[in-house]
Design a protein around this ligand. Sequence first.
Ligand code: GDP
Ligand code: MG
Length: 172
Amino acid sequence: SNDYRVAVFGSAGVGKSSLVQRFIKGTFKEAYTPTVEDTYRQVITNDKQVCTLQITDTTGSHQFPAMMRLSMSKGHAFILVYSVTSRSSLVELNTIVNEIKEIKGPDIAKIPMMLVANKCDEAAREVGKETGAAIANKWGCGFIETSAKENVNVTELFAQLLQMDKERNMAL
Ligand code: GDP
Ligand code: MG
């Protein structure tokens, strides 16, 4: 098919759903609604042809390991989200990255991955930009700081992710 599948991972409460909602609908909600798993679609171009960007907003918890592994094996690209207000949310991504690497095997080098430091609007920081950037480098990911709340770098996140795929020529 002509779908390009992106899966969004990260601990509960870091803003995965908020980033996807902001990107797809341009909206933001203060209230927290736990997600099971939802998929959203957006039309993009691939070599100037119409293509469907399919974004899976996963549950942050590890209650559904089979669902998580399925999203990993089906995914063409990955968004790994932590909150700058929570060091543990960054640490918890370690397990996710290792699972993705294990599932993708040697293909991993070509797979676009963005490490996302969300809630950059918050003053109560636990993780600095340099720390996030250094870890992204270690994991072989791109890095961006975002705010779903204030609409900072949300479109840029998706644009950069698509640009990382050198086997395709995609654009928003
Ligand atoms: P998820 O569990 O990762 O899907 O997280 P949600 O998107 O449901 O967001 C969890 C909470 O964080 C909600 O109360 C959101 O309003 C809030 N939130 C999400 N993104 C941001 C952000 O960029 N800045 C701030 N300050 N709060 C955010
Ligand atoms: Mg959610």
